[in-house]
Design a protein around this ligand. Sequence first.
Ligand SMILES: Nc1ncnc2c1ncn2[C@@H]1O[C@H](COP(=O)(O)OP(=O)(O)O)[C@@H](O)[C@H]1O
Ligand SMILES: [Mg+2]
Length: 305
Amino acid sequence: MSGVRMDGRDPGAEPGQIPALPSESREVHHEVLRSHRPQESDRPQGPLPALRAALPVRPPRAERPRLPLRSTGKITPGSVASDLCWAALASGEGCRIGLLGDPGAGKSTAAKHLAQAYLTRSRGLVAVADSKGEGGWPGEIRESVAKLASAPLGSREIVFTPDPFGEPLDLEAVARWQWALAARRCRSLVVYDEIADACQDGEFPDDTTALPRVFTAGRRVGISAIWGAQFAQLVPRAPYECSSCLLVWRQAGNALAVLRRRGYTDAAVEDVIRALPGDDVPPSQRGAFVLLRRGRPWDGRVYRF
Ligand SMILES: Nc1ncnc2c1ncn2[C@@H]1O[C@H](COP(=O)(O)OP(=O)(O)O)[C@@H](O)[C@H]1O
Ligand SMILES: [Mg+2]
């Protein structure tokens, strides 16, 4: 797996200095060039090369995505959010990350970026529980955990995508497999793309089985999980309460009430969440989200991969 960031941005730079959109990158390059301008004494003799030629070409206006954000004009690169989400990996722990938002707002796109970031920080496996059968995830495809036995893996990336005409994907079986990996000291990340597929009325059928225990007990043994959901009220307590970061795309109504009850939001961030772009704009303009941590104030940023 390549260590190159998928967003192509410099991970070491200060968040405020990194342009969110290609349209801003020219100003930043000017800034960098200004700060590295040579002193009079070490200035080379003769004509200077044309700096302008070295600058990236500004894309035509029509191609630049414009995010309809009423709350703030600035977007922080998703890689900054990713660094916060995976911080605990550095101390050998697993991480839990929640992705919540309207259908089509950008959850799966973000999960793909986060999974690639995990691969650069950990030697663990990445599996995607693609229970909706959407496809488009990188990795070796298997219909189920049972099918792993007949066709061993040759890659660190696996996608469990069920046959559309066959049995639905058993998320509990995926979680049992993840625990079996942990027992063999193999770290792993599973992306449970739609966690509500394993729940009934917002509850796990049994809180003591492998899937709920991924959230309540997996951290110390290097089990990481990303859970996605379209409806906040259909997610059980454990994923909320055990996730270090919750990334939220556009949501409204009942979902915001659930987030407030769970200690993630206040009135200010709720206004921002309502104003984020969703499927009311073309796909190329979606993807903006906020990062929330339970019991902590909102960081005031809107992110986008
Ligand atoms: N950050 C982004 N940059 C560009 N396109 C995006 C971004 N986030 C989402 N999209 C586009 O929006 C559409 C829906 O995104 P997706 O991640 O599938 O949403 P969800 O999983 O929330 O239903 C896709 O066509 C995707 O390419
Ligand atoms: Mg999705």
